[in-house]
Design a protein. Structure first.
Length: 357
């Protein structure tokens, strides 16, 4: 038996509804595999503003850092939209990401066989897609200095940012990509713009250097413009895509739409003190409280936490298989409903998945 402490952040909007189902899944996993999960509920975002008057507290950060993983839902809503930037729900999200310092953002892109019709791409193009995008999250152009907007003597204004990477920042993210590839399809596609950018030349050098320790993994380099094209032309060629912050941001959103269902996509930030696991979608205030939200994104996120946060591979696979079986049996929440399916509520979808674990 293993025992784990998990921070649970139900959040705003549909967050509490879908988190309830994720906890049901975790309880079932605990029972089936004889683990003990100790849940510590934390509040970040709008729910923290309502409870403590600010989007995150020092106590919350300390609690999260004392646990093995953070299972996060989503934050935000109209109610808090008019607050000052540093008091808005998103400030809490940024603060916890900063405290955890997870430098590797993982975005798996996998399509369930029974969900292929939701993609905008043809079934033969998307069949068998199973890739993961590893995006560097705490450096690159979003953080590089100098940056700003200045007025020049000739009266024009200039805006600028700096895309900068230090060798160790590239090295640690490349290691994560190669480690993942070793456990998957044994191929890394490293994305850059080395034909134009000096920073990409260093990126290639360091990635090639790290690759020397992974002789069983194939490495290819691809310019980002080509990668964007290949993702819609032949996405099943990819196993692990490794990219810097900006390129990874754009490619992961592009790739996520291949699946066509926002309510079903997980993500993780790892590499820091505590892994943070959250669905890609937001708090969906338009459907909150109606019992119709799709809990699958949160549940697959929970599987990711089991795999990458707690190192429980078999347990993660059990959750993913239960989701696939439930979809195969025709269960659908409103967002993924088509004629001939069984339309179910958030809770019924959760129960159907839990039953199949
Ligand atoms: P959203 O992802 O919340 O919703 C977009 C659309 O997808 C909506 O129509 C929504 O109903 C639907 N949707 C999303 N998740 C769903 C689910 N699980 N089941 C069924 N339908 C689902 O994005 P938005 O509307 O742009 O943002 C709403 C709020 O969420 C905003 O306050 C935004 O700032 C916040 N947000 C938070 C995060 C986060 O916490 N990481 C991410 C994105 C947006």
């Amino acid at each position: 038996m293993s025992e784990f402490d998990i921070s649970i952040m139900p959040g705003d909007g549909i967050g509490p509804e879908i988190m309830e189902q994720a906890l049901g899944v975790l309880d079932k996993i605990a029972k089936k595999f004889s683990h003990k999960f100790n849940y510590k509920t934390v509040y970040i975002g709008g729910c923290s503003i309502d409870k403590f008057g600010k989007p995150i507290t020092d106590e919350t950060i300390a609690t999260v850092l004392s646990t093995d993983a953070l299972l996060f839902s989503s934050v935000g809503g109209e109610k808090w939209d008019n607050l000052a930037q540093d008091m808005r729900p998103e400030a809490g999200l940024l603060a916890i990401r900063k405290a955890i310092l997870g430098y590797a953002n993982l975005r798996p892109i996998k399509i369930f066989p029974s969900m292929e019709s939701f993609s905008t791409l043809k079934p033969e193009v998307i069949s068998g897609i199973d890739m993961i995008i590893v995006r560097e999250l705490v450096s690159g152009i979003y953080f590089g200095e100098p940056k700003g907007v200045v007025s020049l003597p000739d009266g024009t204004r200039k805006g600028f940012n700096t895309m900068a990477y230090k060798d160790y920042e590239i090295e640690r993210i490349a290691k994560i990509a190669f480690d993942l590839a070793q456990k998957r399809g044994k191929k890394v596609t490293s994305v850059d713009k080395a034909n134009v950018l000096d920073v990409s030349t260093l990126w290639r050098d360091v990635v090639s250097e790290v690759h020397k320790d992974y002789s069983d993994v194939e490495l290819e380099f691809m310019y980002v413009d080509n990668a964007a094209m290949q993702l819609v032309r032949n996405p099943s060629q990819f196993d692990v895509i490794l990219a810097g912050n900006l390129f990874g941001d754009i490619l992961s959103d592009e790739a996520s739409m291949i699946t066509g269902s926002l309510g079903m996509l997980p993500s993780a930030a790892i590499g820091g003190d505590v892994g943070m696991f959250e669905p890609v979608h937001g708090s969906a205030p338009d459907i909150a409280g109606k019992g119709i939200a799709n809990p699958i994104g949160q549940i697959i996120t929970t599987a990711m936490m089991l795999r990458y946060g707690l190192n429980l591979e078999t347990e993660a696979e059990a959750v993913e298989k239960a989701v696939a079986d439930t979809l195969k049996a025709g269960y659908r929440t409103a967002d993924i409903f088509r004629e001939s399916n069984k339309k179910v509520s958030t809770a019924q979808m959760g129960e159907a998945i839990i039953e199949r674990i």
